[in-house]
Design a protein around this ligand. Sequence first.
Ligand SMILES: Cc1cc2nc3c(=O)[nH]c(=O)nc-3n(C[C@H](O)[C@H](O)[C@H](O)COP(=O)(O)O)c2cc1C
Length: 196
Amino acid sequence: MDTLSRFKPVALEHASRLINHGPTVLITSADGTRQNVMAAAWSMPVEFTPPRIAVVIDKNTFTRELIHASGIFGICVPGAAAMDLTFAVGSVSGREGDKFAQFNIDAVKGPVLGLPLLEHGIAAWMECKLISEKHTEDAYDTCFCEVVSAAADPQVFSGGHWEFNDGNRDLHTIHHLGAGNFALASDAVKAKTLAG
Ligand SMILES: Cc1cc2nc3c(=O)[nH]c(=O)nc-3n(C[C@H](O)[C@H](O)[C@H](O)COP(=O)(O)O)c2cc1C
């Protein structure tokens, strides 16, 4: 795995903002000998401090097996440049072969948990510890976690805020519409305060 590159640390109190707007994410996992990555459209923050997140990860995935073996997982936020890759790793299982080798994926090593994390075409990542909740995992495939480290490409996220512009379109986050169609988070607008 490479060493960390252009990414800058994100303060943990700002970690929820990385997925507040509902991007499709990549879930990375490893158990010491095996590693994996899958796509997940269903994730959301559930607590600011400490930063906690819920992600739906189907119990039949290889990812769930590795997460239960290790108790940790990574959440990477792909940009438009990684859209095809996101769809690809969400369409095959790591049980059929190592997706990192199959799709030529470079990974860096997470600074706190040592998880494989993607940075090429990626806007941000988080390292997370599973919060074991057997009922929600069994009944709803919903896995809760606490974020212990986070970083983002300062071209698109800095000072705790996303900054989508024409110059960083490759890093605009992707939002799954279904069947491999995505919308980009390109048209950011600020709400006006209504008098009333
Ligand atoms: C765009 C996209 C979004 C997806 N979202 C989810 C999701 O939120 N939860 C989930 O369990 N599977 C989701 N999937 C399916 C998994 O990524 C897929 O089952 C994957 O092959 C599992 O890989 P694994 O067995 O290597 O862990 C999604 C797939 C795609 C293409």
